[in-house]
Design a protein around this ligand. Structure first.
Ligand code: SF4
Length: 421
């Protein structure tokens, strides 16, 4: 293990690819829960957990786990007994920090129809160690929810939030989707006000992406659906950012906002620790169908074929589809690409360390800010002129410490980030 890997935090992501029904815009890896081999799946996951943990121990690269994130799909459709078994295996196999952040995605209307059932389910999650819930609310308008193919209503969200709070969950994320065809900026802001009324600790805001191969993708092709124009989408985004800032939320990543803590000058205690691993080039073990991981300098991806996944684990093999050992350039490029998503941006020193600490990059004796800055622009010599051009237009801030997107720069973040690939 390099010194660099030793310093990196590590999380675990587990994918649960089952949903009550497919949303019309969904391009995620998920299947109808009804009739799917859910029990076989969690049994296979347990095998994968043990195999991964054994591999890390054998290589001497096992580390304490700082975050766990169970996402999907809709993890809250999974049977509680199988989930508990799976989490028990996870905790017996890995060394999980006592104060680890443990997030579970729980879609509205999937936690139980009766209050008693829901309270029992939430109690079981607490017992497993879940201390953060992430709810795919998307909208508080029932017509829009129906149009999106979501199974819940605004009333379901209100009831779920009431019971979640009663059960004592004090760290909840709510997702908001905007730029749904037919939705105006005012509609999106009205959704946001309703979401703010729940005082969630964290809000993720995304504009709807129309993906090929989805019902919405087909409707866009046939002209049945018209996407919200870019200009309107960007205007709504900036209105959302302004409103969330007024409401006391820290805009810490392009799409993510965390309620400020007692010290408004300090980073919010509600930033997603797990998602921050991705933007900080920390490590994460991905488990489950189609899951990706980044461990010990290697990026890997599991197969997305359910049958292949189950049979690989049945045969005692990891269900890998691909593995790639990052080069020194991959590391710095990814550090800049993902780091620019953070409002704090990228420090030259962090990015350059991702490069020089990689085994095959050789060592350089860099100590001062200027050393790191010069080394950074030496590596990205071809991008330098264009990057400074963006800075001249007020889209990127470049100083002696590093670089970050301005709020206007976020609108063309992909173009700016791609300079460093
Ligand atoms: S709930 Fe999420 S993963 Fe499931 S179908 Fe809808 S968008 Fe896809």
């Amino acid at each position: 293990m390099t010194a660099d890997n030793m310093d990196r935090k590590r999380g675990i992501y587990i994918h649960m690819p089952f949903c009550v029904q497919k949303c019309r815009y969904c391009a995620f890896l998920s299947f109808d829960a009804e009739g799917s081999p859910r029990k076989e799946y969690t049994d296979a996951l347990e095998k994968e957990i043990r195999l991964r943990a054994e591999l890390e121990k054998k290589n001497g690269t096992d580390k304490r786990i700082d975050t766990i994130y169970i996402g999907g799909g809709t993890p809250s459709v999974m049977d509680i007994a199988s989930m508990s078994e799976m989490v028990k295996t996870l905790k017996n196999s890995f060394d999980v920090e006592p104060d680890a952040e443990f997030t579970l995605e729980a879609n509205p209307a999937t936690l139980g129809r009766k209050d008693g059932v829901m309270l029992a389910k939430l109690q079981a999650y607490k017992f497993m160690g879940v201390n953060r819930l992430s709810m795919g609310v998307q909208s508080m308008d029932n017509d829009r929810l129906h149009y999106l193919g979501r199974i819940h209503t605004a009333e379901n969200v209100a009831r779920d939030m009431d019971i979640i709070r009663r059960k004592g969950f004090g760290n909840v994320n709510l997702d908001l989707m905007f730029s749904v065809p037919g939705e105006s900026g005012d509609d999106a802001l009205s959704d946001l006000e309703k979401i703010l009324a729940f005082a969630p600790e964290h809000i993720s805001c995304y504009s709807l992406q129309i993906e090929e191969g989805t019902p919405f993708g087909e409707m866009a092709e046939s002209g049945e659906l018209t996407e919200v124009p870019d200009e309107e989408d960007r205007e709504t985004y900036h209105r959302i950012c302004r409103r969330l800032s007024e409401a006391g939320y820290e805009h810490y990543e392009i799409s993510n906002f965390a309620r400020k803590g007692e010290d408004p000058g300090a980073p919010s205690p509600y930033r997603s620790r797990h998602n921050s691993l991705y933007w900080n080039m920390d490590e994460y073990i991905g488990l489950g169908l189609g899951a990706s991981g980044f461990v010990n300098g290697v990026r890997y991806k599991n197969t997305s074929d359910l049958e292949e996944y189950l049979s690989a684990l049945d045969a005692g093999r990891l269900p890998l589809e691909e593995e790639h050992k990052n080069t020194a350039f991959d590391n710095i490029s990814e550090a800049v690409f993902t780091g620019l998503r953070r409002r704090e941006g990228v420090r030259y020193e962090d990015a350059v360390r991702a490069y020089i600490d990689t085994d095959d990059a050789g060592k350089k004796n860099l100590t001062s800010y200027a050393d790191f800055r010069d080394c950074f622009w030496e590596i990205f010599a071809e991008a330098k002129e264009e990057a400074f051009g963006y800075a001249g237009k007020g889209l990127l801030t470049i100083d002696n410490d590093g670089l970050k997107l301005t709020e206007q720069g976020i609108d063309i973040s992909n173009s700016i980030m791609s300079l460093f690939v």
